[in-house]
Design a protein around this ligand. Structure first.
Ligand SMILES: Nc1ncnc2c1ncn2[C@@H]1O[C@H](COP(=O)(O)OP(=O)(O)OP(=O)(O)O)[C@@H](O)[C@H]1O
Ligand SMILES: [Mg+2]
Length: 122
C-alpha cells in the first residue's frame, strides 16, 4: 500500500563551488493511493518526476513537503526506515541486465530473499 499526500520534492541547484543557487521542484503536490495487490505503471514524459517518485518509495529520497506512507509508515521517520525498505524495493534496469533477467524474475528474487512486497523499476 502506497499513499502520498501533497508530496513535494525539490532538488537543490548548486554552482561549481557547491553553493545553493536555486531549487528545482520535481514533484509538485502529488496525491496517490495505491492499494495492496495493485499492479500500477507510472508513465510520463522525460523529466516529469517518475524516478524521483520511485526514489521516495524506499526512502532514498524523503519529501521536501507533504508525506509518503509505505504500508502506513511515514517514510521520513528514520525509525521506519528498516520497515519501509523491507516493504519496498527499487530495481534498477540496466541495458545489460534487461536481456538476462525479466522484471518478474527480479521481483521474485526480492521476495524470496527479503520478503519484499512492493517493487518499483526505473
Ligand atoms: N539529482 C538531481 N539534481 C537536480 N535536478 C534533478 C536531479 N534528478 C532529477 N532532476 C530533475 O528533476 C526533474 C524530474 O526528474 P526525474 O529523473 O525524476 O524524471 P523522470 O520522469 O524519471 O525522467 P526520465 O523519463 O528521463 O527517466 C527533471 O527536471 C530533472 O532534471
Ligand atoms: Mg527516470
Amino acid at each position: 500500500m502506497i499513499q502520498t499526500k501533497e508530496l513535494i520534492y525539490e532538488y537543490e541547484k548548486r554552482d561549481e563551488e557547491g553553493n545553493i543557487i536555486g531549487m528545482k521542484r520535481a514533484i509538485d503536490g502529488v496525491d496517490i493511493d495505491i492499494p495492496e495487490g495493485s499492479f500500477v505503471a507510472i508513465l510520463g514524459h522525460n523529466g516529469s518526476g517518475k524516478s524521483t517518485l520511485a526514489k521516495h518509495m524506499n526512502a532514498i529520497l524523503v519529501p521536501s513537503g507533504g508525506t509518503m506512507w509505505v504500508n502506513g509508515r511515514d517514510t521520513k521517520d528514520p525509525e521506519n526506515l528498516w520497515d519501509v525498505r523491507q516493504s519496498a524495493g527499487v530495481s534498477q534496469v540496466f541495458p545489460k541486465q534487461a536481456f538476462r533477467r525479466t522484471e518478474t524474475a527480479s521481483c521474485h528474487c526480492g521476495r524470496d530473499r527479503y520478503g519484499t512486497k512492493v517493487y518499483c523499476f526505473r
